[in-house]
Design a protein around this ligand. Structure first.
Ligand code: NDP
Length: 237
C-alpha cells in the first residue's frame, strides 16, 4: 500500500476529522492516541481495514515501537499528521513546571519524535508528506497561553527548518494553524463572547481544519507553508 497515513491524535477532534477525510480519499489509516479504546472506536467508524495504535507521543520508545507496528501491519508511512496536543492554560506566574513540560513534551517534542521516525523511512522511499497542527496562538500569542503559544510557535520553526532539510529527498512539511475549533479542547470556552472577535462569527468545525490539512498533504509543490484556518481571527489579534 503506498497511501498509508498515520494520524497522531486521530481518536478525537481535528485528527479524527482528518482521518475521516483521508479514509474517504482511499488512504489506509493508522489512528494513534494514548487511549487505545478511543483510537479503536475512531478506526472502527471509518469502516475498511484501518488500524488503531496506542502511543504517547512524548515517549521516544513508544513512538519508535508504534512506527514499527504500523510498518509491520500497514506498510511504510508516506503521510503523517501530527494532531496530538494538549493545553494547560494559565498565567505564566501560576503555571507549574510540570504543566510547562507536559505541553512542551506533547505538542513540540512529540511532533519532533514522530517526524524523526517518519522521515527516516520517507528518505528511503524518496517521498513523503507531513502536516503538523500548530495554532494561530503560536503566531500571534495570547495572554494565559504563553507556554502553549511557545510550543506552537516552536512547531512552526521546527517544521520550516525540517522542510528545508528534507526537500531534496522529495519530502514536504507544512503546518496548519487553526483558530477556535469545536472539540474537547475548547468545550469550556465562552463561545458567545469569543466569537465576537472572529470575522466569520463562528468557531470552526474539525472538518474545516481537516480540509486544509488534506490540501497540504496532497499539494505536490507546497512545502514550509503555514496555512491559517481561523475564520479571520488573526486579522483582529
Ligand atoms: P482534542 O483534545 O479533541 O484531541 C486531542 C487528540 O490528541 C486526542 O486524540 C488525544 O487522544 C491525543 N493526544 C493527546 N495527548 C497525546 C499524547 N501525549 N500522545 C498521543 N496522543 C495524544 O484536541 P483538538 O482536536 O482540539 O486538537 C488537535 C490539535 O489541534 C492539537 O495540537 C491542538 O493544540 C490543535 N489546535 C486546536 C484548536 C482548537 O480550537 N480545538 C485550535 C488550534 C490548535 P488521547 O487523549 O487518547 O491520547
Amino acid at each position: 500500500m503506498d497511501k498509508v497515513c498515520a494520524v497522531f491524535g486521530g481518536s478525537r477532534g481535528i485528527g479524527r476529522a482528518v482521518a475521516r477525510l483521508m479514509a474517504q480519499r482511499g488512504y489506509q489509516l493508522a489512528i494513534v492516541a494514548r487511549n487505545l479504546q478511543g483510537a479503536r472506536a475512531a478506526a472502527g467508524d471509518l469502516g475498511g481495514d484501518h488500524l488503531a495504535f496506542s502511543c504517547d507521543v512524548s515517549k521516544e520508545h513508544d513512538v519508535q515501537r508504534t512506527f514499527e507496528e504500523i510498518e509491520k501491519t500497514l506498510g511504510h508511512v508516506n503521510f503523517l499528521v501530527n494532531a496530538a496536543g494538549i493545553n494547560r492554560d494559565s498565567l505564566l506566574v501560576r503555571t507549574n513546571t510540570e504543566d510547562m513540560l507536559s505541553q512542551l513534551h506533547t505538542n513540540l517534542l512529540g511532533s519532533m519524535l514522530t517526524c524523526k521516525a517518519a522521515v527516516k523511512t520517507m528518505i528511503k522511499q524518496q517521498r513523503g508528506s507531513i502536516v503538523n497542527v500548530g495554532s494561530v496562538i503560536g503566531l500571534k500569542g495570547n495572554a494565559g497561553q504563553s507556554v502553549y503559544s511557545a510550543t506552537k510557535g516552536g512547531l512552526v520553526g521546527f517544521s520550516r527548518a525540517l522542510a528545508k532539510e528534507v526537500a531534496r529527498k522529495k519530502i514536504r512539511v507544512n503546518v496548519v494553524a487553526p483558530g477556535f475549533v469545536h472539540t474537547d479542547m475548547t468545550k469550556d470556552l465562552k463561545e458567545e463572547h469569543l466569537k465576537k472577535s472572529i470575522p466569520l462569527e463562528r468557531f470552526g468545525e474539525p472538518e474545516d481544519v481537516a480540509r486544509a490539512v488534506v490540501f497540504l498533504l496532497e499539494s505536490p509543490y507546497v512545502t514550509g507553508h503555514v496555512l491559517v484556518v481561523d475564520g479571520g481571527l488573526q486579522l483582529t489579534m
